[in-house]
Structures are given as C-alpha cells and as structure tokens.
Design a protein around this ligand. Structure first.
Ligand SMILES: Cc1ncc(COP(=O)(O)O)c(C=O)c1O
Length: 350
C-alpha cells in the first residue's frame, strides 16, 4: 500500500514537472515564444538592415541578386550597388513628390510600427458582417480625428478607398448622379487655379456622360445657370500653394469635394475641425505610407454615401484588407491601419 502511494506521488510530481516545463517553454520571461512568425520577422529585419548608404532601401519584395540578397533600390539621383554614387547629370523633379521625409520617423519607431500577419489573414472577400470595411478601423479613424481636432465625424458616414485618388472620382460620380433628375446637362467639374492636375486627368479619363471637366472655377463662377450642377474640388491646404481654400460656388446646384489630404498638424495649423459635406483624407500625406493606398471619405449625406460606397464596391470590392490591417495586441483588440498610429508617439500627440 505504501509502495503504491509513493509511486502515485512520483507520478504526480513528474506530471507537475512536465506541465511546468511546457508552460515555461511557451512563455519566456513573460513573453510569448515565437514559432511560425520567427522566420518572417528575421527576414524582415535582415532586409531592413541592408545598407544603401542612406540614399535608398532594400525591400522584401525587391529584386534579388544572385538568388540571395535583395538589391538596393536607390533614391532619385543616386546609383551603384549600395546607392553611394551621386549622379551629377540628374534633373530635379519638382512636378511631384513622395512623402519619404517621414521614413526616418518610422525607423525611429521601428518596434512599435512593425506589423506581422499570418499567411491566412482575412482571405475572405468580406468581413464577418459582410461589409468591406473594418469596423474597428472606422472607429479608430473617428477617434483619430477627435484627438487631432481636424475633422468632425459625429453623425457622418465613413467610406474607405484606395487612397484619396479612388475616392475623388467616387465623389464626382456620386455628386453628378445625385439629383440628376433635375438636370439634363452633365455636371461641370471645376477647381481653382492652381490645382492638383489629377482632378482634370482623372475626370477626363472616365469620359462619363454625367460630368465634364470645365477647368478654372473662378472663370465659371458668374455664369448663371439653374440647371447645371457644379462640382468643385476644394483643396485645403492646397497643392501646390498651401492655401486653406474655400469653395467658390454656393447655392443648391453647388457641390464641393473637400480634398483634405494635407489637413494634418505637420503640414498646417488646424484652426478648427473641418466640417464640410464631403471630405477626403488618406494616409499618404498623413503617415507617409503612400504605397499602402489607403484613404477615407467623411460624408454627411446618406445618398451620396451610398453612391460612393457602390462605386467602391463595383470598382474594387472594397479596399485591400492588408491595407486596412489593424494589428492585434494581446488583450487590446485590433486597431488601426498600418502602422498602428496610436502606438507611435510624436506624429500625433496621443
Ligand atoms: C492635393 C492632393 N490630393 C490627392 C493626392 C493623391 O494622394 P493619395 O491618392 O495618395 O491619397 C495628392 C498627391 O499628391 C495631392 O497632392
């Protein structure tokens, strides 16, 4: 009997030991020990550490030299295998720019801005509520505007798009077909000079029967026409002159699309939260992640919201879930677009 009891205690002790061993193996110093993500994390850090002389960068999805190392992709006017050669015959491009000035900021906050995802991340066409947008990200965007104080979002609809570029045309589409029963002629799309030239290029590209680009807003302002709808691009702050533009056209037939992509505290003072009928934002200028192609519109009118949503749905079935990715932190739930904005101090005072 005593022998049976002692072997019972031996087995019990052994079982406790084995359990403790596996618990300690899972958690080292209170941290989860990585398994399947370790290789991906190592690859990401390895590529990020490749030196390109401060004039370029190597990427995980870049060209690979000899089937081994990704090669440096050099910034304009630099060349050579490590981007150390300055190309003297290089012309400066003042026509367009890239928000790469924010790259050092993200490098300083590398740990907090990194995002790791599983290979089976959101493979479905829709979220579980059958929508194309992350409700958590929408909530975060509203919170972001409230904290920054640059836009009113209460009682407004939010639509996601492939950055502002897709949303700008979605807005033209929605406003030109809206109220179209009262107007037989196509809506006139206008902007104040100097304006961002994509407005014209994109409006003309689609050759819609609902709208036509008419150019300078100030030239058309005094034309009295009760039937034509005027859709005005109002860029505030404006590209290229930085002015906080306001709509020139007023009245029942005037519709404004407020391009607010630069309305962030690192570009301009924010005198008051913007409260326009239709406002467009994107992360391209805000965080500098122009390559992620993520933006959102804040819309007052429900029918305009529905038309814009339909445009996004029919043209792309929503925005890439990877771009919408809200990375989860243990116990705190998913949150914001790549990278987790509220985790990164400095850019916005969270
Ligand atoms: C005024 C303005 N609006 C919109 C865009 C397009 O930006 P994105 O599509 O990356 O949001 C730009 C880009 O330079 C811009 O200057």
């Amino acid at each position: 009997m005593a022998k049976l009891q002692s072997s019972y205690f031996v087995c019990f002790g052994f079982s406790i030991f084995v359990n403790l061993f596996f618990v300690l193996k899972l958690y080292v110093g209170g941290e989860w020990e990585l398994s399947w993500s370790r290789r991906a994390a190592e690859d990401a850090e390895h590529v990020a550490a490749i030196s390109c002389s401060g004039h370029g960068r190597a990427y995980l999805d870049g060209l690979v030299l000899d089937g081994k190392e990704p090669v440096c992709e050099c910034n304009s006017c630099y060349g050579g295998p490590d981007c150390s050669e300055f190309l003297t015959a290089c012309a400066a491009n003042v026509d367009n720019g890239d928000p790469l000035f924010l790259e050092p900021f993200w490098m300083q906050h590398a740990a907090k801005s990194a995002v790791v995802v599983a290979g089976w991340h959101r493979m479905s066409y829709t979220f579980s509520d059958q929508s194309y947008i992350s409700a958590e990200l929408e909530r975060h965007i509203r919170q972001l505007h409230a904290i920054v104080g640059n836009a009113v979002t209460q009682g407004r609809y939010i639509i996601f798009g492939a950055a502002s570029t897709q949303l700008l045309n979605a807005a033209v589409h929605a406003l030109s077909s809206h109220n179209s029963s009262s107007s037989s002629s196509p809506a006139s799309v206008v902007a104040s000079i100097p304006y961002y030239n994509l407005y014209q290029l994109q409006t003309e590209l689609f050759q819609s029967t609902n709208y036509v680009f008419q150019g300078d807003a100030s030239l058309l302002q005094n034309i009295s026409d009760d039937t034509t709808i005027f859709i005005e691009f109002v860029t505030s702050p404006n590209n290229p002159d930085g002015h906080l533009n306001k709509a020139i056209f007023q009245g029942p037939n005037a519709k404004a699309i407020y391009d607010r992509v630069y309305y962030w505290p690192h570009f301009t003072a924010i005198p008051a939260p913007a409260d326009d009928e239709l406002m467009i934002f994107s992360i391209s200028k805000f965080t500098g992640h122009a390559g992620s192609r993520f933006g959102w519109a804040v819309v007052k009118d429900e029918s305009v919201y529905k038309r814009m949503s339909e445009y996004i749905e029919l043209s792309s079935l929503g925005v890439s879930r990877d771009a919408q990715l809200g990375s989860s932190k243990a116990g705190r739930g998913p949150r914001v677009v790549v990278p987790r904005l509220e985790d990164v101090p400095g850019l916005i005072p969270f």
